[in-house]
Design a protein around this ligand. Structure first.
Ligand SMILES: Nc1ncnc2c1ncn2[C@@H]1O[C@H](COP(=O)(O)OP(=O)(O)OP(=O)(O)O)[C@@H](O)[C@H]1O
Ligand SMILES: [Mg+2]
Length: 330
């Protein structure tokens, strides 16, 4: 798991310093591992306590904290696991806290399984970045001429990338390379691809019922110690996915405007507008960017699940420490 970017600035921006946001979750448990967003601890019996902070990563860096994001990611992922339980077995066992899951530990595949149905994005691995640079064969798929930014592709494409180590960026792969490079055995890759497409299709159907377009998403799979594959990490959250407003999509596309999104694209665009593409110091973003992003995350939860979002009171670390002391997490 990549460590948090050591180059991140101390104060993370005016909106995030003292706003009740959660940027760390420090617990008296062994095996602390730190991702850009999640912090996990080891539990007995091959399990992990996966805790989600409010950190937002973009361009593979921790760029700002967004209130309630960790809770949305946790509760929304858990909801999706239930909606897709007939398609695949996931790592989720229980939800002891609104920001934490108890999961089966797995060995993550060294490949991120990205599924895309839109020609979009601004990072080096994004379809639009590569298409705009003149490439027409992307991730082993040939794309037609004349497509515009944010156009929907006729069918979803699997566009795998390497799962980069800390400080590195993900690299595009073709399905053939995934297998030839020995990253995933052929039969397992077939299973993973079929599962990813089935999950994406379910995700699109549920999003459509909520008036949203699921433009793309990223899945992770891992090997359980008993030898089977598990869906791990998160599923169909605004961190791992682009959700676009369906009702205004066509009109905005025709006008050459960006789709209305319920994901972290506003942060990516705000950073890109300041010339930030992943390297060097992280620009300070105005509080409104964090606030709007927080609204979008909560709105994604409410729209998709049809449930009211209720922010859990109190600091996350304090809640989890109390739950540990009461023996509720063991
Ligand atoms: N069941 C699991 N067993 C083992 N590792 C897991 C499991 N579920 C998720 N992980 C790993 O835990 C980490 C989650 O942390 P986080 O979401 O912060 O990831 P990251 O990869 O650093 O950031 P990003 O999602 O932005 O790429 C990831 O490295 C993910 O592969
Ligand atoms: Mg992650």
């Amino acid at each position: 798991m990549p460590a948090v970017d050591p180059g991140m600035p101390g104060p993370i921006g005016p909106a995030s310093v003292d706003d009740g946001v959660c940027t760390d979750i420090d617990l008296p448990l062994p095996g602390r591992r730190e991702g850009k967003v999640r912090i996990s601890y080891a539990l007995p019996g091959n399990r992990l306590l996966m805790c989600a902070t409010d950190r937002l990563s973009a361009f593979d860096r921790f760029v700002l904290a967004v209130a309630d994001k960790g809770q949305v990611l946790t509760e929304l992922s858990a909801w999706w696991c239930a909606q897709t339980a007939d398609i695949t077995v996931s790592h989720l066992r229980s939800l002891p806290d609104p920001n934490a899951m108890i999961v089966e530990a797995a060995t993550p595949l060294p490949v991120e399984v990205v599924v895309r149905q839109a020609l979009t994005g601004s990072t080096a691995t994004a379809l639009w970045t590569q298409y705009a640079a003149g490439n027409r064969v992307l991730y082993g798929h040939r794309l037609p001429e004349g497509l515009v930014k944010n156009a929907l592709l006729p069918a979803p494409l699997i566009t795998p990338t390497t799962k980069a180590a800390a400080g590195d960026h993900d690299r595009p792969l073709t399905a053939t390379e995934v297998v030839r490079q020995g990253l995933v055995p052929a039969a397992a890759w077939e299973q993973v691809s079929a599962t990813a497409l089935a999950l994406f299709s379910r995700g699109q159907r549920i999003a459509a019922a909520a008036g949203l377009l699921l433009a793309d998403t990223k899945y992770e799979f891992g090997w359980h110690h008993e030898g089977h594959l598990l869906l791990i990490d998160e599923i169909h959250t605004p961190d791992s996915s682009r959700f676009w407003e369906a009702s205004t999509y066509e009109q905005r596309l025709a006008a050459g405007a960006e789709p209305e999104s319920l994901d972290k694209e506003p942060v990516r665009l705000a950073l890109a507008a300041r010339g930030f593409t992943g390297a060097g110091p992280i620009p300070l973003l105005e509080p409104a960017v964090a606030e709007q992003t927080s609204d979008r995350y909560r709105s994604a939860f409410t729209r998709l699940t049809g449930r009211t979002f209720r922010a859990a009171p109190g600091p996350v670390s304090g809640r989890l420490r109390a739950a540990l002391a009461r023996g509720e997490i063991a």
